[in-house]
Design a binder for this molecule. Sequence first.
Ligand SMILES: Nc1ncnc2c1ncn2[C@@H]1O[C@H](COP(=O)(O)OP(=O)(O)OP(=O)(O)O)[C@@H](O)[C@H]1O
Length: 238
Amino acid sequence: MSLGVRLEGLSVAYGAARVLEATDLELPAGSFTALLGPSGCGKSTVLGAVAGFVRPTAGRVTAGSAPVRAPGPERGVVFQHYALFPWRTARGNVEFALKRLGLPRPERRRRALAALAEVGLAEGAEKYPAQLSGGMQQRVALARALAAEPEVLLMDEPFGALDALTRTRMQDLLRELWRRRGTTVLFVTHDIDEALALAERVVVLGGAPGRVLADHTVPAGPPDAALRSLIAHHLGAE
Ligand SMILES: Nc1ncnc2c1ncn2[C@@H]1O[C@H](COP(=O)(O)OP(=O)(O)OP(=O)(O)O)[C@@H](O)[C@H]1O
């Protein structure tokens, strides 16, 4: 299951600082979009508005047919810093996140174990975060988001703190999960190659206040050098 997301005339200001100005963006249900742009251009703000953490000063965000007013379980979020509770096991962390869904304990356990297995961490379910590598901790954070069975997955530089090899493995895992589940994905990164490796579409955000500078479909198949240099040009044109 997946939901489409629509941003219409979205403006966000933090006090006097205008971060986004009248931004329109439509994410079709089941699509995988990378949001690329230089530091501070408002990528996390877009993601936060879809997640329901950030209030628009103008415009609106809808997920499916419902206006976004607050965070909700149908929109899962994964951050760069996984923010796991150190005193809970991997399973405990995932189960805890399911509490707000009001699921009975056996169902929480079943879903937590299934999600950990889905991210390849069945063996690590009873380990504590300190016993897990960074990549494994990020798998727990991904399992925590997936266990709620979100229809939209919002990811804010989730692999930014991982070493290159682990990062590639996590990218492969995410592509596979997306293919299997068909969840709508919005993936924030400032890495062009990561955006091109993962997404079907790359949206470049930039300017001050931020707006959509470019919107490219990524063709299937081997890396497209011409597209890469075009996107680099948009980023450099900042
Ligand atoms: N809660 C806040 N209060 C005040 N200013 C904020 C707040 N959150 C973000 N900003 C400012 O808004 C601008 C956009 O921030 P945002 O985090 O959305 O950008 P970003 O493109 O995701 O950046 P990065 O790539 O560095 O994470 C920045 O100038 C930032 O300092």
